[in-house]
Design a binder for this molecule. Structure first.
Ligand code: MN
Length: 269
């Protein structure tokens, strides 16, 4: 699917749309401040996102009608959610074409990566979306090298209850290779982003950290995607995390050791 023009996605805001990046200085009462900004921005018909800054303030990206941007700046200057912001810096930035006003830096749920020995050896990456684990089978597993694209074949949803299961199966076995929380990113809200075939997310795992993108390359009965590490502070060029960190995050054992341990009692009978 050809990439859509970035600016055209902001068409909801019209030809006169404007985008700003606002930094709201600490100290702020952060409880509810992000949600207050999101609520106000949505009420004004703006798109973009808000997240907490490392110093305890807020960072806001907003785009839309110029008078709505002005109204949001006035809201931020007065103090989001009545928190009394002590200084707002505004920078004009290019339109990015957001289709939602999102909270960034908040967990969307859990993710797991399981190493699975079946008729073929592969890794299963699963992201919690709307109460189920959306699942992809990766023949070579994930990579932290942004130069590497890994095939990810979409497979049926799994239940959350299966996430922590490790041990032998009928024809092989499974080990819990990584787990943690994740954030949904991108310009389009999930699960619509998945339906369109381009989903950006941030993993907070024990091995996999930072931004990733899933890009669908082939539709059909078994849709094919590519998983790519985004270039950020967690990227590890020229690394091979699957080879370097093989042990289960649940048992500390490799998949091979999990299978040997599972067979051992039976051998004694
Ligand atoms: Mn599998």
């Amino acid at each position: 699917m050809p990439p859509r023009p970035r600016v055209a996605r902001g068409a909801r805001a019209g030809a006169e749309a404007r985008a700003v990046r606002a930094t709201v200085a600490a100290p702020l009462q952060l409880d509810g401040a992000r949600e207050g900004v999101q609520h106000e921005a949505r009420a004004l018909g703006l798109s973009g996102w808000v997240r907490s800054a490392d110093d305890g303030g807020l960072i806001v990206h907003a785009e839309g009608r110029p008078n709505a941007i002005d109204a949001l700046i006035a809201f931020l200057t007065a103090g989001p959610a009545g928190a009394g912001g002590s200084g707002v810096e505004i920078e004009e930035v290019p339109l990015e074409g957001h289709e939602q006003f999102a909270l960034r830096g908040v967990s969307a749920g859990v993710f797991v990566v399981k190493e699975h020995a079946a008729s073929t050896h592969h890794f299963d990456m699963r992201l919690e979306v709307a109460g189920v684990m959306r699942s992809w089978a990766l023949p070579k597993g994930p990579s932290l090298d942004p130069a590497i694209k890994r095939l990810a074949v979409e497979v049926p949803d799994h239940s959350i209850e299966q996430n922590e299961v490790e041990g032998p199966t009928g024809t092989g076995g499974v080990a819990l290779w990584d787990r943690g929380l994740y954030e949904q990113g991108g310009r389009v809200a999930w699960p619509e982003a998945l339906r369109r075939g381009h989903a950006v997310f941030v993993l907070h795992g024990e091995k996999l950290r930072g931004g990733f993108a899933l890009q669908r390359t082939r539709a059909g009965a078994k849709p094919q995607w590519l998983l790519v590490k985004r270039r950020d502070e967690q990227a590890r060029p020229a690394s091979d995390v699957v080879a370097e960190q093989p042990a289960s995050v649940l048992s500390g054992r490799t998949l091979e050791q999990v299978l040997v341990a599972a067979r051992a009692p039976a051998n004694g009978c």
